[in-house]
Design a protein around this ligand. Structure first.
Ligand SMILES: [Zn+2]
Length: 568
């Protein structure tokens, strides 16, 4: 009969659970000193050894030949019975996912009252998926833990301790809590390597890396995936065999997508994704794999030639090295964060293919971050740009990877004026680093409520109250916003300008490109006009515009939509 690797190599001693040594050493020490608690809470992701350690603890408590430092022998009849999970009077394993009602908890409590099978024995209850227990069940358990019977130990294992905190805070205070760590790929590889060596199976480093990545931090999964691969063939365990057995997406597929993005071949994204879907690829796994590739490329771009790439095959690492510089660190960061943002939405979506396609097309079309070197190259052969007497230092337009400055959207008027300063290219990376909509009057009005909401959340109540009477009426090509106050409310200009910094920050969280702002007070009546001695040309223009707009609603709409400015 074939015994699975996960079962065959399940640890029998605390020392075997080296990855969680912070937990196993503490428990071993408690056994050695005879200071075992009545209740433990073992928290951590699935497959990291929670139940395994609970069993080793039960073995150590009941082993007749345990060592002085607290290790169970692993071979006596008690150890063997507990380790194999066969019937043992002293260990009760409960899956809370299927035994969560109050009746079971009462039953548990009554059974806990019974003494262990012998004078030297401990009764150990291992409750798996403990977060599934009901509040009533916890209440029943609390009574047991308040007056614990001698030599009875409860071990609760859970992937979601916060749920227990909500349902059973008083119980938590009576448990010793241990947090298990996710098992890193290097630890998984090392363990797989040792197991396969014992099994006399030769495996390539790439194959181990691929298995470790697929296991995603779970040692149990790593071993069962290895089982799955071994059952489908013989000989050396290669990356190719792992990929076929597990239905993984080939790293070449990721590299192909990477190339489409860096070559800006947006149109080729659709057939590429269709090919993946036709091949039965799980698009969620694809997103994860793509993020791994980008992360590795990012590590490379930042000069780390090994650390960030530990989970990749050597071949893919070399392929990425060949592509070095085709996407900058800034580009890679933006794409990585876009993937991270998409993921929670993605799992629930019924339109995964569309989401992946649009994201990749966006990547292929996105404005690229400009590296400092490129900017300097664009400045001329001496790299100084000092010949530019106007000092603007704008790069030559022939640089293909320098995007149009996103802070200055195309507008019909003024844009071509030679007096309009070109946005310096060095500002592009930060401006391009977000995918927010561009600032315009229409966009401002659309997002106005959200902007005010943020100011309210920040406690800027005076500013918000003043802004109730202000309307954004104009956005200049350089990103200066003009607000207009209702007539006769000129006194609000000061509180608004006082909060300009906060307001611009709130706008910046919604829209791209706001730089400055000003407040305009239209002159409402001839009386007032007469009273104001110094009328700037701008104020005159503003007054003309607002009176024109009041007279003609369609003009008003056009001014708003196109962000026009009336010329004399
Ligand atoms: Zn033993």
């Amino acid at each position: 009969m074939y015994i699975s690797l996960a079962r065959k190599y399940r640890p029998k001693r605390f020392a075997d659970v080296a990855v969680q040594s912070h937990v196993s050493n503490t428990l071993k020490g408690a056994i050695a000193r005879g200071r075992v608690a009545h209740g433990y809470l073992l928290c951590g992701p699935r497959g990291v050894g929670k139940t395994t350690l609970a069993r080793v603890l039960a073995m150590a408590l009941n082993c007749e030949n345990k060592t002085d430092d607290g290790e169970p022998c692993g071979v006596c009849s008690s150890c063997t019975r507990i380790w194999t999970g066969s019937t043992s009077l002293d260990v009760v394993e409960i899956d809370a996912a299927s035994n969560r009602g109050v009746d079971d908890a009462r039953d548990l409590r009554e059974r806990a009252m019974y003494a262990p099978s012998g004078d030297n024995h401990y009764k150990v209850y291992i409750v798996d998926e403990a977060h599934m227990l009901t509040r009533e069940a916890w209440n029943a358990l609390l009574k047991v833990l308040e007056e614990p019977p001698p030599r009875v130990v409860f071990v609760f294992a859970t992937t979601e301790p916060q749920k227990i905190a909500q349902a059973a805070a008083p119980v938590l205070s009576r448990l010793q809590r241990f947090d298990f760590k996710r098992i890193g790929p290097a630890d998984v590889r090392a363990r797989l390597s040792a197991v396969l060596a014992t099994e006399n199976v030769e495996a390539t480093p790439d194959a181990l890396a691929m298995l470790a990545r697929a296991a995603d931090g779970s040692m149990r999964d790593a071993l069962s995936l290895t089982d799955q691969t071994l059952s489908l063939g013989e000989g050396v365990l290669t990356a190719e065999r792992v990929r076929e057995a597990l239905g993984l997406i080939a790293e070449d597929e990721y590299l192909a997508i990477y190339d489409l993005i860096s070559a800006r071949e947006a149109g080729a994204i659709f057939p590429a994704v269709a090919r993946l879907v036709d091949a039965g690829a799980d698009l969620g796994a694809f997103l994860g794999g793509l993020a791994d590739i980008f992360r590795a490329a990012l590590a490379l771009a930042l000069g780390d030639e090994s650390g960030g790439l530990a989970e990749l095959s050597d071949r893919t690492r070399e392929s990425l090295l060949e592509r070095a510089g085709s996407l900058t660190a800034g580009d890679l960061l933006r794409m990585l964060s876009a993937i991270t943002e998409l993921e929670p939405r993605f799992r629930r979506s019924g339109q995964q293919q569309m989401l992946v396609e649009t994201m990749l097309v966006r990547f292929a079309l996105m404005d690229r971050t400009v590296s400092l070197e490129e900017v300097l190259r664009g400045l001329g052969p001496d790299g100084g740009g000092s010949e530019d007497s106007d000092g603007r230092g704008a790069p030559r337009a022939t640089q293909p990877r320098i995007p149009a400055p996103t802070s200055a959207p195309a507008r019909p008027s003024r844009e071509s004026s030679p007096a309009a300063p070109a946005a310096p290219a060095t500002a592009a990376p930060s401006a391009a680093a977000t995918a927010l909509p561009l600032l315009s009057v229409a966009a401002l009005r659309e997002r106005w409520e959200a902007i005010l909401e943020r100011l309210r959340a920040d406690g800027r109540m005076t500013l918000v109250a003043s802004l109730e009477h202000a309307t954004p009426v104009e956005v200049s090509p350089s990103g200066e916003i003009t607000f207009e106050l209702a007539p006769d409310l000129g006194h609000l200009e000061q509180p608004i300008m006082h909060g300009a910094k906060e307001l611009l920050a709130a706008i910046g969280a919604q829209l791209e490109g706001a730089t400055r702002m000003k407040v305009r007070v239209p002159l409402s009546s001839p009386v007032r006009e007469g009273a104001t001695r110094r009328l700037s040309a701008e104020a005159v223009k503003a007054e003309r515009l607002s009176s024109l707009r009041r007279r003609d609603p369609s003009l008003d709409a056009a001014v708003r939509e196109l962000d026009l400015e009336l010329m004399d």
